[in-house]
Design a protein around this ligand. Structure first.
Ligand code: BES
Ligand code: MN
Ligand code: MN
Length: 458
C-alpha cells in the first residue's frame, strides 16, 4: 500500500490537471445542443477507464445517451465484486451570468476547482479512475473485482437505465454497488450517507380562456389561470410545512427514536447555515429538526412557474395559460407512482371548474436506505477513517439517486454511498466547485476502500 500512497501523493497536481480536461466537456444531458459533447464525454470516460487499467471497456448505446462500462475481474473468485456507478452528465449552467468564471473553464481558486460537474459527479467519478490507476500502476492488480458503469442520464432521471440493467443483468452481477455521488457533513466531519430520498416530479398546465384577453375588458368575469394556479399551489402545503395531499404520508416510515438520537449528535450550526444562505428564518415541517426535514422527511417544492407577460414593463393581459413544475422528495416506503396518482387526484379535486387543468409526470424514483451494519459498510468506515484521519458519522442525504433502488431490486445488491461533496459546493447552482482537499482525501479513502472490501469473505 505504501507504493500506492506515494504514487497518489506524487501525482496530486497531475490528477487535478487531468480532471480539468473532464470538466471542460459541456456534457449537459438535457440539452439537445450538447448531444455531440455527450459522445465526446463518453469517449473521455472510455479513455480514462482504459488507461486506469480496466478491461473490456466499451461504450454501450441506450435509446438516450450512452453508458460506459469497464471491468477488472482477476482478484479471484473468493473476492467480492463491486460495481462502481457514477454519472458523466451534468445539470444545465443557467443562470450563466452568475458564474464567477465560465462553467466549463475548470478554474482553481482557494484550493477549490470550479466547474459544472466538479463535484456532481465528474470529480467523484475521477476519484475512482485515479484510485484504480494507483493500484494497477503500482501493484499490477486490484485487491477486489471491479465493474464500472458510468452513465450519461442521471440528471434527467436515468430514464433508460433500468432497462439497461435488466438487459445486462449478468454483466453487472455484483456483491456491492459503490457510488461516490453524495456529500459529507463538512470538511472536518467525514460522514457516510446511508439513505437517499425518492422523487416524484410533476408538471401542471392550467388553461383559462382559449386565447389571451384584454384584462380590462374581461378581468373580473373570466378566471385567470395564473391566479387559479397560485390557489392550487397554496393548497398543496400548509403554513406549517405539512403537505395536504390526501394519503401523502400513509407509507412514510417514521424516524425511530434511536435514529432521532443519532440525528441529534450530528454537528449543525443553524446560525452559520442561515448566514450562508442569506435567510433570516428557516421554514419546514413543524416537529422536526432541520437535518431531519432535509433528509428523512418528504417535502414538496415548486421548481418553476410561468405564464402571462414576462417582458419589461407592463402589459394588461389576462393570459390563456399558466404552468408550474412541482416536485416532491419522498422517503421510504413512499412509491413514486402512488404519489403521482395521489397528487393528480388531489389537484383535480381542488381545481376550480373555471379552468382546465392538465397534469403530467416528468420523472420519478424511489428512495433508499442502506443497512449500516453490513460488512461492506464496515469496510467503508475503515476506509474513510484512513483517508480522513477521523471516524465518519452516518447521515441521510436529501437528494435522489433513483438507480440505487433499481440496483437493489434488479441486481439484489446493496449500495454503499461513499461521497466526498460538501453542502456548500453549489451543486446544480452557479459556481459549483469541489474542494481539492476532499478530492485528494477521496482518492486515498477509495484506494483504501478497495483493500478493505477485499477482506470480506464471500
Ligand atoms: N448527486 C445528486 C444526488 C444527491 C445530491 C444525493 C446531494 C445526496 C446529496 C444527483 O446527481 C442528483 O442531482 N439527483 C437528482 C435526481 C433527479 C434528477 C432524478 C436530484 O436529486 O435532484
Ligand atoms: Mn450526482
Ligand atoms: Mn445532480
Amino acid at each position: 500500500m505504501e507504493k500506492i500512497l506515494n504514487y497518489i501523493a506524487g501525482n496530486k497536481e497531475n490528477f487535478v490537471e487531468q480532471l480539468k480536461e473532464f470538466l471542460k466537456i459541456p456534457s449537459i444531458s438535457t440539452n439537445p445542443e450538447n448531444v455531440k459533447d455527450m459522445k465526446t464525454c463518453a469517449e473521455f470516460v472510455e479513455k480514462e477507464m482504459k488507461s486506469a487499467g480496466l478491461e473490456n471497456v466499451k461504450i454501450m448505446e441506450t435509446p438516450g445517451h450512452p453508458v460506459v462500462y469497464g471491468e477488472w475481474l482477476h482478484a479471484g473468485e473468493d473476492k467480492p465484486t463491486i460495481l462502481i456507478y457514477g454519472h458523466y452528465d451534468v445539470q444545465p449552467v443557467d443562470p450563466v451570468d452568475l458564474w464567477t468564471d465560465p462553467p466549463f473553464s475548470a478554474t482553481i481558486r482557494d484550493g477549490k476547482i470550479y466547474a459544472r460537474g466538479a463535484v456532481d459527479d465528474k470529480g467523484q467519478v475521477f476519484i475512482h479512475f485515479k484510485s484504480i490507476e494507483s493500484h494497477m500502476k503500482n501493484n499490477g492488480s486490484l485487491p477486489v473485482n471491479i465493474k464500472m458503469l458510468i452513465e450519461g442520464e442521471e440528471e434527467i432521471g436515468s430514464v433508460n437505465l433500468d432497462n439497461f440493467i435488466i438487459k445486462n443483468k449478468e454483466l453487472l452481477k455484483c456483491d456491492y454497488v459503490v457510488i461516490s455521488d453524495t456529500g459529507m457533513i463538512d470538511s472536518e466531519t467525514p460522514s457516510i450517507c446511508y439513505g437517499l430520498r425518492g422523487l416524484a416530479y410533476m408538471q401542471v398546465e392550467v388553461t383559462g380562456p382559449n386565447r389571451d384577453l384584454h384584462s380590462g375588458e374581461f378581468g373580473g368575469a373570466v378566471d385567470n389561470p395564473i391566479n387559479a394556479l397560485a390557489h392550487i399551489i397554496c393548497k398543496l402545503k400548509d403554513d406549517k410545512g405539512k403537505i395536504l395531499i390526501d394519503g401523502f404520508y400513509d407509507d412514510v416510515i417514521e424516524l425511530s427514536d434511536a435514529e432521532r438520537e443519532e440525528y441529534k449528535k450530528l454537528p449543525f450550526d443553524e446560525a452559520k447555515y442561515k448566514k450562508d444562505l442569506g435567510i433570516d428564518e428557516l421554514f419546514g415541517e413543524v416537529g422536526y429538526s432541520t437535518l431531519e426535514r432535509d433528509s428523512a422527511r418528504p417535502t414538496l417544492d415548486c421548481n418553476g412557474i410561468w405564464g402571462g407577460f414576462q417582458g419589461e414593463g407592463a402589459k394588461t393581459v389576462l393570459p390563456s395559460k399558466a404552468y408550474a413544475k412541482i416536485s416532491m422528495r419522498l422517503v421510504p416506503d413512499q412509491e413514486p407512482e402512488k404519489i403521482e396518482k395521489l397528487f393528480t387526484e388531489y389537484v383535480n379535486k381542488i381545481s376550480p371548474k373555471s379552468v382546465k387543468v392538465k397534469i403530467k409526470s416528468l420523472h420519478g424514483g424511489k428512495g433508499a436506505i442502506t443497512p449500516i451494519d453490513s460488512p461492506g459498510m464496515e469496510a467503508a468506515v475503515t476506509a474513510m477513517e484512513k483517508g480522513f484521519g477521523k471516524k465518519p458519522l452516518f447521515t441521510r442525504g436529501g437528494g435522489s439517486i433513483p438507480v440505487v433502488s433499481s440496483f437493489q431490486s434488479i441486481l439484489n445488491a446493496p449500495t454503499i454511498l461513499l461521497g466526498f461533496g460538501l453542502p456548500d459546493e453549489n451543486i446544480h447552482s452557479p459556481d459549483e466547485h469541489f474542494n481539492l482537499i476532499n478530492f485528494h482525501r477521496g482518492i486515498l479513502s477509495i484506494s483504501h476502500f478497495y483493500n478493505e472490501i477485499a477482506k470480506i469473505n464471500k
